[in-house]
Design a protein around this ligand. Sequence first.
Ligand code: FAD
Ligand code: 2HG
Ligand code: ZN
Length: 472
Amino acid sequence: MTRLPEDLLPALHDALGEAGLITDAERMQSYLSDWRNAYRGQAAAVLRPGTTEEVAAAVRLCAQAGVALVPQGGNTGLCGGSIPDASGAQMVLSLTRLKRIREVDVANATITVEAGVILQQLQDAAAEVGRLFPLSLGAEGSCTVGGNLATNAGGTAVLRYGNMRDLALGLEVVLPDGRIWDGLRGLRKDNTGYDLKQLFIGSEGTLGIITAAVLKLFPALRSLTTAWVALPSPQAAVTLLGQMRGLCGDRLTGFELMSRKSLEFVLRHVAGASDPFAEGHPWYVLIELSDTQPDAALNDLLEQGLGEAFEQALVLDAVVAGSQAQVEALWALREGISEAQNHEGPSLKHDISVPVSRIPDFIARTDRALQQAFPGVRVVAYGHVGDGNLHYNISKPPGSDDAPFKAQAEAIMRVIYDSTLEDDGSISAEHGLGQSKRAAAQHYKAPLELELMRSIKQALDPAGLMNPGKLL
Ligand code: FAD
Ligand code: 2HG
Ligand code: ZN
């Protein structure tokens, strides 16, 4: 392990107390690898401050000592952003003790929460005052608001409510030198220059530590209907999406695409999962309509939209959930894909985006190129089609060894990202760059964009101590 300045750990102990400092190797383990065990690192210590002032003190002490910090929330990220490197010289800064809901302002439709609040707790706190916090994703029982902001998380409700960037009005941030920026304003309009909070949102901990945020609340939903729909092709899904949007407007709050392969993985590995249809179909979408009115006649709307789509041969079959248990069962099929894919051996995750209209061509072209270059690899394509965001994931050929597949990872990624670029897309729509896509971003992002990003990094973190080795 690299030597730390002798007085640093005692000073951190004084600042954070017993609960705020972990140096014991055993107790540090869970902070040093991600949930898939895809990334593993070492750390000189894990810091667990309990207040913004303690975060500031820890950051200041580490800045003075030249020690790099790796911010960490729920550690559910999918690109290794919250895991330190292998040197043992960095420290993990866990925000999970910053758990307070500081204020709910119903009239302003805002909630002020600390970074360590779990997303589900935030959703529950909004529901308690008859409001909705709409961000929704598979990891919501473990991920934190700080992590959601730092990755600009997306999920299944972006179609209607936008991603985390659209849901934040103000931030409190500890800067790399330990100063606290109090930008906790709940203003919907503020044109006094650069929108500083947006710099930190999506910066993956490379510009500062987010300690609290003012977030938007929405009216609670009082009616909801969910359908599982079989389709012949991604083109049918895109056409249906346009038609349902035209018909339902903002009541269309979910539209998730899944290939047959994705569903097969879930049926094989998720306990209790069952196919809503007697026979298999090539593609599926999960459609959700919701409204703030209790009797919004959403089923009529859904049936009208699907009826028209049947006549146009866009839809092959459909089931509408008849109870809350069925709603949950249908969503479990969608949310189970990520976990199910882990049981099929090593997987390569890609969260690309292209314009929605180009999704069908993207899938057809990329499938062709992959099968030509890497016969037998399994494409597990699914995702937030309404946002143009596909999880175009790859599993190894069935029954094959892991090693040859892992050796091809880089080349497979190239095929997918080259194809994404052909459609003017992005190599990461929601998970961020972290460690896994950092090098690819250097290749795929425009040189001028990279130069501007480096200038911002240099201006805020000239010593490079905020999550080094990630993003840039
Ligand atoms: P972590 O994993 O701890 O950290 C993520 C990044 O943020 C790291 O770079 C870390 O350094 C930084 N960071 C964390 N907290 C702070 C802070 N307070 N200040 C500064 N930087 C910080 N993501 C989506 O966008 N959409 C999805 O639909 C989705 N579904 C998922 C489903 C599953 C089953 C899983 C496991 C993950 C999913 N994710 C999804 C990815 C992940 O949940 C999100 O990226 C989430 O926002 C990460 O939150 P976290 O608290 O776990 O952050
Ligand atoms: C989802 O939409 C998540 O389910 C996870 O973003 C995607 O595991 C993945 O690749
Ligand atoms: Zn996703």
